[in-house]
Design a protein around this ligand. Structure first.
Ligand SMILES: O=C(O)CCC(=O)C(=O)O
Length: 299
């Protein structure tokens, strides 16, 4: 990562690294995507899915590969995808952005938007604040809990749809206006950068405000999003299953604990909607469980 790239990343929250894939690599990944599309694995959501009440983002249902993870495709189809997972450029940049020991948190996700496909409302930028995807610096080192690496297999011309973001929003201190979230009144803050086939995009997924603009091109979008996390961050993925105290710790360690004690024995799990339990202190100093769902099931 050059000093210029580091500056751009730090100031904007995203970075495009040009011409990362050779024509041969591009052809190999595109052949896999042909296979995935021909197998009927691209699922189209209902119209306006993800667009909420936005006017600008409206369109036909978003189109993502569904059902089979691209990493588990039958051989040889999984191989060009697996080659992206620890690609030298990924290692080089994520070692700086996330720190050594970064890992794939979830994905990869294949976006196959066609002309008229709806966008996705902008999200991220600490709303709500989520420490596991935050971006900060200490002692000259940067740290970003969640970075998404998007491989682009077809061109995404500027202002014609696809990845959109608010550059600099990872440093914002104020809530995002609804007009920006919906892109109906973005006040000139939103960028929809030009990205070419073979380029790779890094963005601070969660720290930076980002989303998707409706796809306006005659050709289909082919972007594969790998959702990485720093070693100690957990964004989602299988964490809900493995975070149970009995799985994360030895059974004997947690056996017979009170529910309050057990509540601090969960493995790392950021995913909202799980059965995570949070401890709160009552006015009289008593420790209480905030999420009672699991306790009720145990009673
Ligand atoms: O269309 C894109 O590349 C952005 C997708 C997005 O918003 C996300 O992965 O959270």
């Amino acid at each position: 990562m050059t000093a210029k790239e580091r500056y751009y990343w730090d100031v904007t929250g995203h970075l495009v690294v040009r011409n990362t894939l050779s024509q041969e690599e591009l052809d190999a990944v595109n052949a896999v995507l042909d296979f995935v599309i021909d197998a009927g694995s691209v699922h189209q959501n209902e119209d306006n899915h993800g667009a909420a009440d936005s006017t600008f983002l409206r369109g036909a249902g978003s189109r993502w590969a569904h059902g089979t993870n691209l990493l588990e495709l039958p051989k040889p189809h999984c191989e060009p995808i697996r080659n992206l997972l620890a690609h030298p450029v990924v290692v080089q940049y994520l070692n700086v952005m996330c720190g050594a020991g970064f890992r794939l948190d979830h994905g990869p996700q294949f976006n196959n938007a066609v002309k008229g496909t709806a966008g996705l409302t902008l999200h991220g930028a600490g709303e709500p604040h989520r420490d596991f995807v935050a971006y900060h610096h200490q002692n000259g080192e940067m740290y970003c809990g969640g970075v998404t690496v998007t491989w682009n297999l077809t061109d995404c011309p500027e202002d014609k749809g696809g990845f959109a973001c608010v550059p600099g929003s990872h440093k914002s201190k104020y809530p995002m206006p609804i007009g920006v979230r919906y892109c109906d009144e973005d006040m000139g803050t939103v960028a929809n950068p030009g990205i070419r086939a073979g380029d790779v995009l890094f963005f601070m997924d969660g720290a930076q405000t980002h989303g998707t603009h409706p796809w306006q091109n005659d050709h289909a979008r082919r972007s594969i999003l790998f959702k990485y996390a720093s070693r100690t961050a957990t964004r989602g993925g299988p964490s809900q299953a493995v975070c149970q105290p009995e799985i994360f710790w030895d059974g004997d360690t947690v056996g017979g604990m009170t529910m309050q004690q057990r509540a601090v024995m969960f493995g790392p799990c950021s995913a909202p909607g799980s059965d995570e339990m949070f401890l709160v202190i009552e006015d009289d100093g008593a420790v209480r469980l905030e999420n009672m769902r699991e306790q009720q099931a145990a009673d």
